[in-house]
Design a protein around this ligand. Sequence first.
Ligand code: FUB
Ligand code: ZN
Length: 660
Amino acid sequence: MPRTRSALPSPQFAASVDQGGTPIGPVRLGPGARTALRPGVAALHPGFWHTRREVNALVSLPQGPGLLESAGNLHNLRLAAGTAEGEYQGSYPFVDTDVFKWLEAASWQIAQHSDGDEGLEAEADRIIALVAAAQQPDGYLNTWFQIRKGGERYQDLRWGHELYCAGHLIQAGVAHHRATGRTELLDVACRFADHIDSVFGPPGSGKPIDGIDGHPEVETALVELYRETGEHRYLDLAGYFVDRHGHGLLGGEAYCQDRVPLREATNVEGHAVRQLYLLAAAADLATETGEAELRAAGERLWGAMTATKTHVTGGLGAHHDEEDFGDPYELPNERAYCETCAAIASIQWSWRMALLTGEARYADLIERTLYNGFLAGVSLDGERWLYVNPLQVRDGHTDLGGDQSARRTRWFRCACCPPNVMRLLASLEHYLASTDDGGLQIHQYVDGHYSGDVDGAPVSVSAETDYPWHGTIGLTVEETPTEWPWTLSLRIPQWCREFRVRCGDTSYDQTDAPLSDGWLRLERAWAPGDQVVLELVLDPRLTSADPRVDAVRGCVAIERGPLVYCLEQVDHPGGGLDDIVIDTTRPLAVKHRPDLLGGVTTVVAAGNRRHIPDAGWWPYRTAESTDAPAADESLELTAIPYYAWANRQDGSMRVWLPTS
Ligand code: FUB
Ligand code: ZN
């Protein structure tokens, strides 16, 4: 049963909305937007995601400025402003974006008006002043090119990241304006956007450069700048950049999203983050312009990606080489790339597609990615990070160190992921619910309070739940128009085979309410205090992959609810994990462990550790070989949620478990 709570949420858990009730979040639709759904907002009460957001607010975000100082990012801004002397710090032309993403994250946090955010606001002000001082009089800003390249601009669009950096600056400016109403950073962003608009354009436009950036990002940012300022030029510029990808302007490489136009592409390809940011922009454009072809491309590519190129954790990007999506079904375990930024980009794209189409499948992927591929990217204490998120670390793994290590790291030379995690966690409440003229849709279940407007009337519903540990979600209608009915839509997750709903005197389960599209719709003339109880059955389950995923043929993964599980060596002393086999004929048991990893539900399975005879000099045999079987030792396997791995000690880990 849901926990009972006597007191209403304290003000620090209020949803971040402006005085008109509009959510202060990353996606705010323009006046002519054509979407099925509009963003709603949630306020989170203590619970699973609240804890993660608290760690983000109290540990990760406050540590940001110090880390940016010691990594040299702030020094570079001072150099560009002429207020410091020395050398450029860092090896990449995009280190400014670490600062911009931190500013965006800080802005979303400031929008919550939580106690203690005054210090964060002062830090943000200090850093915004550095950014503004580094900007050149004509609006250009990129410390790498200003300092290292003597002011040379746009000579290396394939690798230079100038527009990518501009995109993150624009997103920070929009976030800061939404959160505070102030324009210092937005003004810097607009000046840069105006400068870009004066330089880039199609042949015949009179602009000096017909070009695109090798790393998409400016496109989705320009759409949001249009939404924030009403300036149509920014939307047109975004459309131009999206459509100039795929025409060989950068040599035609998939890596740069330049091999094939999005409108013609049949599967996602190339560098995963680049592809996903571009697709987020395409969804934004389809939203604002109503273009059916762009929407269809998004739907087609999302379907192909989930069917053929997505890890069970929601992780994306198979290749370490070029951080690439890889071929269909090429989903390796120990060399899975699954960059944390790709998980974030996937959530951003899927959220835009969910709003555009109203389809629950996008929220299904968001849920899977949030709880697994994304959340593993940050340690439980908020201080250490994973850039790549493998699905296996072998016994005897020799860590190469560096950014792409399978070990948690304090910061990276290429530190794109940590501030990206910070901005998603700080704005998470904006990815959980939506509204349309017919009702409120709950995409993700949290203990908290969902709100939005339904045909102009404020609607809100509170939720009590211990999800994802328990599957019961108790909902109470709080604000509602009483004159007319509206629909409360609850997403029944794609993994869920059994659910029950009680709504007043009526009950449903999956046999009464078979779902064609993942939404369970409850239409009523609601009154304040009306209650709905949804029970999602969370029995643990074994999952196998499409047989074409060679890397995991003959293996199963343990899942429970939205969580993917893994084994860690620390829970299995006396040997490694490479020779462990799960016994799928024996039942899985669930054990809640409040003492472990901040409180997790573990899944216990029966298995064996095979003592495989030494292979001698050559580890291969004829297929018909009848060697003596390995001696088996039976073993209790303890699986922990994947997001919590690598928080105790270095060691082996695996998600996919051989069955024989
Ligand atoms: O190129 C900028 C960022 O660095 C990308 O988004 C990440 O994949 C990493 O390569
Ligand atoms: Zn990254």
